[in-house]
Ligand binder design. Structure first.
Ligand code: NAI
Length: 256
């Protein structure tokens, strides 16, 4: 029997970028814990497949085509969720991108795009769900940062800055909305095997072994490694956890 502390039956969760990688794995974790799930992703090519994979849980799933950087698209995402399920209890700000470039030649467009998707969009999505959460008496916002919120990245200053920013956004929203019983926390994944890191490994073939050598767990992370952290932070078990940064990296970031 499921421990009631982690039971999400009757809860409604939106996972941005939920069609693939870490987002899809967290959406599956939330659905298996009982939540109805909305996956909101820009890449609609994967929607049907992702929806079908989640429906194995037996929970209702809504797949939306959403660009989290566009305020009207974000407003539609929340409106469609409320129309379908009547409420929003959980927002997972997971959609994210990486555009690597040397700091000295990075264009303003490369800088801005990553900041827009990884930092500004989570703010827009959080603002958009706030009224529904406040009216319902509370909610959970989970921001997907990165260990690069704490560590420098010489070839991806835009990405590391965006992830440092989302961590500070997490703390600020946690302070602002605790009064409304909305807890806002961050998950900091280490190196996880997804499309995003596949591209990095194609560009830098030495990356795979370098990460492996530094990771005490002696393996790369898998998307499903993040599911438990998401369920915990979305659940009543985390009602007094607010503004926290939960690292899920196999020990990567504790190495000197
Ligand atoms: P992924 O590339 O496999 O999946 C990201 C998803 O976000 C895709 O389905 C994509 O279509 C969607 N997306 C991108 N831009 C969007 C937009 N404007 N609106 C809506 N959806 C959009 O990436 P992955 O690896 O699953 O990453 C998920 C999150 O985890 C990101 O925020 C990433 O920065 C973070 N992360 C990933 C790590 C890794 O090693 N894979 C490590 C640390 C953090």
């Amino acid at each position: 029997m499921t421990n009631p502390l982690f039971d999400l039956t009757g809860r409604v969760a939106i996972v941005t970028g939920g069609n693939a990688g870490i987002g899809l794995a967290m959406a599956r974790g939330l659905a298996e814990a009982g939540a109805s799930v909305v996956i909101a992703d820009l890449n609609s090519a994967n929607s049907e497949q992702a929806k079908a994979a989640l429906e194995i849980s037996g929970r209702p799933v809504l797949a939306l085509t959403t660009d989290v950087t566009v305020p009207t698209s974000v407003a539609n995402m929340v409106a469609a969720t409320v129309k379908e399920f009547g409420r929003v209890d959980i927002l997972v700000n997971n959609a994210g991108i990486s555009i690597a470039a040397p700091a000295e030649t990075m264009t303003l467009a490369e800088w801005q795009k990553v900041i827009d998707v990884n930092m500004t969009a989570p703010f827009l999505c959080a603002q958009a769900v706030y009224p529904a959460m406040k009216d319902a008496g509370g909610g959970k916002i989970i921001n997907i940062a990165s260990v690069l919120a704490m560590l420098g990245a010489g070839g991806a200053a835009n990405y590391a800055a965006s992830k440092g920013g989302i961590l500070q956004l997490t703390r600020s929203l946690a302070a602002a909305w605790a009064i409304d019983n909305i807890q806002v926390n961050a998950i900091l994944p280490g190196w996880i095997d997804t499309e995003l890191t596949l591209r990095a490994r194609e560009r830098r073939p030495e990356l795979h072994d370098r990460i492996l050598a530094r990771t005490p767990a002696s393996r790369w992370g898998r998307p499903q490694d993040l599911a438990g952290a998401a369920v915990f932070l979305a659940s009543a078990a985390a009602d007094f956890v607010n503004g926290a940064a939960l690292t899920v990296d196999g020990g990567y970031s504790i190495m000197g």
